[in-house]
Design a protein. Structure first.
Length: 223
């Protein structure tokens, strides 16, 4: 049964030999490409993943296909969908709205078993949940890169959760990507315009190495 303490997700992770929720997220994200065996070996089956905030729609957003979700145990029975558990009923959308309107913030919502996935389903934006005190680790499991950018998160903050192409497609410019420690070669591979790259703040030496020195505009200073 889901713990009622504010640290219940951390407790679950530690019981599985995982340091914290951030490490669990990294394992889960990697599993979308590497396969679900690594998750199952860690004890991260559907029941456990649900307890730490990863429902089937959230896992699909991370790249998991239906066969992988079935292996994890998300679709073991249709009865589970028709008859939600006590925890699911308690943390359903009507309850989420009621709790938030009553002044509950992230820590108290977590005590009630409410995750960012529940809040997302209830119609709350990433920015609204950030204001309630949910961390980026929480939000990245339920919201797209573009939604988190709209909420005010920077490219250097989102890099650990999303790929370079995802950051580009969400609207980050070349200068923001440079600040996030992406190289000129990275930006070229992601499809950034060369004129934008040469004015993004890279040094003359960096531009020369990638053959962009002839395109360098006035005002770009050597560092």
């Amino acid at each position: 049964m889901m713990s009622e303490s504010s640290d219940f997700r951390l407790e679950i992770c530690k019981s599985l030999g995982i340091a914290d929720v951030a490490e669990a997220h990294e394992i889960i994200v990697a599993g979308a490409k590497q396969g679900v065996d690594a998750l199952l070996e860690k004890g991260l089956d559907a029941k456990t993943l649900m307890k730490i905030g990863y429902d089937a729609p959230g896992m699909q957003k991370l790249g998991y296909k239906k066969p992988a979700l079935e292996r994890l145990g998300y679709y073991e029975s249709s009865l589970e969908k028709k008859e939600p558990s006590v925890e699911q009923k308690r943390a359903g959308e009507p309850d989420v709205k009621q709790l938030i309107s009553s002044g509950y913030r992230a820590s108290k919502l977590k005590e009630k078993g409410v995750t960012v996935h529940h809040c997302n389903k209830a119609g709350y934006s990433a920015g609204e949940l950030m204001a309630l005190g949910f961390s980026l680790n929480d939000l990245a499991a339920a919201y797209s890169c573009s939604k988190l950018r709209m909420a005010g998160f920077r490219a250097d903050e989102l890099r650990r959760f999303f790929s370079g192409p995802e950051l580009r497609n969400s609207g980050f410019n070349a200068r923001e990507m440079r600040i996030a420690s992406f190289t000129i070669r990275d930006l070229l591979n992601y499809g950034y315009n060369e004129n934008h790259i040469v004015t993004a703040g890279y040094s003359i030496n960096e531009l020369v190495r990638e053959g962009l020195s002839k395109r360098t505009k006035l005002g770009v200073k050597e560092r």
